[in-house]
Design a protein around this ligand. Sequence first.
Ligand code: 5GP
Length: 217
Amino acid sequence: GGKERGIVINDDWPGYSLELFNYPKHYSGDLECVYIPHGVIMDRTERLARNIMGDLGDHDIVVLCVLKAGYQFCADLVERIKALSRNSDHTLPMSVNFIRLKSYVNDQSTEDLHIVGAEDLSFLTGKNVLIVEAIVDTGKTMKTLLKHVEAFRPKMIKVAGLLVKRVPNSSGCLPDYVGFEIPNRFVVGYALDYNEYFRDLNDSAEEMFPQEAWTLP
Ligand code: 5GP
């Protein structure tokens, strides 16, 4: 389809040396590099917000944030949509809701996918829904979620994904709005975890780290 790939990060992108950024001491030794600097994530998010406003402006939307990894991206994206809304003739009345899905055990995507909390999404009926996900890997999570959400007959469903992995056997599900297309590497930070570690790598400096050099505590 004509969907945008976002900023494409090539397979040979080495990231930035950790020495060039601040990061918490308790993670020293566990991280290989800064994969995508925080400022770049923010700038890209600002543009996605503009694209979303252009497509959905003047419709009421229900944002469905996919927890836990999606919380940071969702918060930043909603913040930027609000800022645009304040500064233009378009307005985008929004409500934000949360859903939790779990598919990962360690770094393996499992078949077993559960929706935790908010099983009853009847409040989506007839609404324009923006699903916000941090990362799409195989696309299984997105596919399951779309099927679940569609059952409640929303008027429209759009998906925003900060990161999309370049993987061969994806489910064919791709977000409508993509921040970055990345190689098939495991990344953490910016609310993305590894068994709950690394979510706190989200403030000042950097945040996307591939897994290669990890030795977890
Ligand atoms: P999918 O169903 O698309 O294979 O996997 C999507 C989910 O797996 C994401 O919502 C995320 O929770 C997790 N995931 C996939 N790749 C990564 C990764 O590189 N890092 C982290 N932290 N989580 C990932």
